[in-house]
Ligand binder design. Structure first.
Ligand code: GCW
Length: 689
């Protein structure tokens, strides 16, 4: 009865806002405005640009826009010149990007003045961890939009093409220009002709939108599908196999982008299986791709079971190879030294590899940040990362500048994001997860944008009330700006810190439940398990304290950072609180800067995270009248689940660590409600034990 009444009230309140399923993303609907597009050229890309202007024009009705292709040295690669008259670019794609920029500005009421807009990175890629059977590794929004199993696996249907086109358009609208179509844990079948033919079909749809296709490949493909005895990169037959495979690919997909490789990492084969180095492996593939203009993105995500701290291993492995890679190889490095944790320091490889092209890999899909259940706006995390100063070439050597060509003359500059896209109607599982796809594209285009600007743009595009459009143009009311935009933006900007608080505050990391990486699992350490796959390896909690000692008295991972960071991180007094337990093992009664004990501070942060989520729930309820009922209810349900789960995180971690600290939970903290035994029992059940 109660439910029926509230649904009724909800429908009544939101009756004048049309229900939306989120499929249109930030590109919602056509406009009724009209524009006169002046352009002498016609091409598939230019035609899209013209159509976009005609269908989505929200400027002065009847105005003219001139599109001009004219060489200008100040305009770089995909860049463009924007002015009140129109758009000028060196290429058709530059025009298309200019059109999307112009349309976005009209929609968010941002002024258009004479300005040259160039992208920060030459290559702005999504990495899809999509398996050929249609499942997605770490995907939380349904099955793959590219692959499926079954009888129709290779049929290219109209429905496929429509979806791929929508995908291409969304990407182009935020500047993404490449997609790796399959999982880095690659299947050798990817390189067989049936799959390559499907890539061809996908590439045809993506091409006019400027999106190149790339593939993840398995290093042992020559022996697995080529029937060779080895996949040794220095074996002439292996070299020949790759050369002819690459030739075959370019025959099918003439603008193919290149390969992404996960080698000698988490059980994947690689050159080290044959006593060769990462450089030997990458260069062999790079030589095969070079004549066609293709590139190799070689991942630095490597670690073995050894006594060396996992956080140090990529640096130890790759630094000695600096300068040995071909110029069409880019080393793809995850933002942090371990693995896409809620918070990590930046990987010390950034700025340190000076003679090699290095690209950041970010994770848009929320493997470690609450899947598609938790509302977590990742732009804040990426901004923190890109603005981190490596000091490698003096103050101001930020990760952004070390990777975008501002400091090092890299042959290629690139950035990749692991996609959160699937077949779910709203693409990303959670309406707010779309903001992370959007934010990735915007930061790849302009790595100086801040998360506030991005949130501001995204909210306006995604939630403006279509019914308030007047002759195509949009005016946001003061009421909407104050009572909807402002609080929602605040919530988004706080959301990542909230997740850090209720999951792993103060530099704690990788204390997730096994396999799914969703809930807490600081206790999980079955006998015989690789220790670097168990949470106790990372938190090191004992009666004497908690945290991973990475100073010179411990693993000395601090030594991989340039001064003054090395000294700053080495001393718990100068180490930022946010990274304290990443670098230090400290006693439970260690005195924090705010004079609380470490234990009290930890309890406080866990509770604070939960309180923040509850605040988000209330806030969302307050904006009900501004959102259509479909999206409102969807997000409301997700927030309520997030809040229950944040409570579990808080209770589990406080009660588990209390067994070591043996200290009371501070009085000013809301008491725990779950029992540790129950939480562990539920976790065991989930794992089938
Ligand atoms: O974080 C780990 C994930 C794996 C992933 C791997 C990687 C694709 O748990 O699912 O494999 O990282 O980045 O290679």
């Amino acid at each position: 009865m109660k439910v029926t009444i509230s649904i009724f009230i909800l429908l009544f309140v939101a009756h004048n806002i049309q229900a939306e399923d989120g499929h249109e993303l930030w590109l919602r609907g056509k406009s009724t405005g009209s524009v006169n597009v002046v352009c002498s050229k016609s091409s598939p890309t230019i035609n899209i640009a013209k159509l976009e202007l005609q269908q989505c024009w929200r400027g002065e009705t009847g105005a003219s826009v001139i599109l001009t292709i004219k060489q200008d040295k100040l305009i770089k690669s995909d860049g463009f010149k924007l002015s009140t008259e129109g758009i000028q670019a060196n290429t058709d794609l530059g025009i298309l990007y200019g059109v999307y920029e112009l349309l976005r500005r009209q929609q968010i009421e941002e002024t258009v003045k004479m300005e040259i807009v160039n992208p920060s990175y030459e290559l702005r890629l999504l990495n899809h961890w999509d398996n050929l059977n249609g499942s997605i590794e770490r995907g939380y929004a349904g099955y793959s939009i590219f692959w499926r199993k079954g009888k129709d696996a290779f049929d290219v249907t109209e429905k496929d093409k429509v979806l791929w086109k929508e995908y291409a358009r969304a990407n182009a609208s935020i500047g993404i220009n490449g997609a790796v179509l399959d999982n880095v844990n690659a299947s050798p079948l990817m390189l067989t002709v049936e799959y390559l033919e499907r890539v061809k079909a996908i590439a045809e749809v993506l091409r006019p939108y400027g999106i190149k296709t790339y593939l993840s490949v398995k290093f042992s493909s020559p022996s697995l599908i080529g029937r060779l005895k080895t996949s040794d990169p220095s074996d002439p037959k292996v070299i020949e196999w790759w050369n002819s495979k690459v030739k075959e690919i370019y025959k099918i997909i003439p603008d193919f982008g290149g390969f992404l490789i996960k080698a000698n990492s988490e059980g994947q084969p690689g050159p080290q299986d044959f006593g060769r180095t990462h450089a030997d492996g990458a260069n062999m593939l790079a030589d095969a791709l070079k004549p066609f203009g293709g590139i190799v993105m070689w991942r630095a995500f490597v670690y073995k079971t050894s006594d060396e701290d996992r956080a140090k291993q990529a640096y130890s492995e790759f630094m000695p190879l600096d300068g040995q890679f071909r110029d069409n190889v880019i080393i793809q490095v995850k933002n942090g030294p371990i693995d896409f944790q809620p918070r990590e320091p930046f990987s010390p490889l950034f700025g340190a590899m000076k003679k090699t092209s290095v690209m950041p890999e970010l994770q848009i899909t929320q493997e470690y940040l609450g899947h598609s259940i938790h509302l977590v706006f990742l732009a804040s995390m990426w901004e923190e990362f890109l603005k981190s100063d490596t000091y490698q070439e003096g103050e101001g050597s930020t990760v952004a500048r070390c990777t975008d060509g501002s400091i090092f003359s890299q042959t290629h500059t690139a950035i990749a994001g692991v996609s959160n896209i699937g077949l779910d109607t709203n693409w990303c599982g959670h309406h707010f997860a779309q903001a992370n796809w959007y934010a990735f594209g915007r930061l790849a285009w302009n790595n100086k944008l801040n998360s506030e600007q991005i949130a501001n743009e995204w909210i306006r595009l995604t939630f403006y009330n279509k019914l308030e459009e007047n002759n195509g143009s949009i005016t946001f009311s003061d009421d909407w700006l104050e009572n909807f935009l402002a609080p929602i933006k605040k919530m988004m900007l706080e959301s990542r810190e909230a997740a850090v608080n209720y999951m792993m505050p103060l530099g704690l990391h990788h204390i997730f439940a096994a396999n799914e990486h969703y809930g807490p699992g600081p206790w999980w350490a079955p006998k015989g398990m690789r220790k670097d796959w168990t949470p106790p390896y990372y938190h090191q909690a004992s009666k004497d304290g908690i945290g991973f000692d990475r100073t010179s008295s411990g693993s000395n991972a601090v030594s991989q950072y340039h001064e003054p960071l090395k000294s700053q991180y080495s001393d718990p007094k100068t180490c930022p609180d946010e990274l304290l337990l990443w670098f230090h093992h400290l006693p439970w009664n260690f005195q924090m800067k705010d004079e609380r004990s470490l234990w009290d501070e930890m309890c406080y942060r866990y509770d604070e995270g939960l309180q923040q989520v509850r605040k988000f729930q209330k806030l969302w309820d307050q904006v009900q009248s501004y959102v259509d009922s479909e999206r409102f209810i969807h997000v409301q349900n997700k927030l309520s689940e997030q809040s229950v789960n944040a409570q579990v995180w808080k209770d589990a971690c406080i009660l588990y660590f209390q067994q070591f600290s043996e200290m009371p939970i501070p009085y000013y903290i809301e008491p725990t409600v779950n029992s540790l035994e129950d939480i562990i029992e539920a976790d065991k059940k989930r794992l089938g034990r």
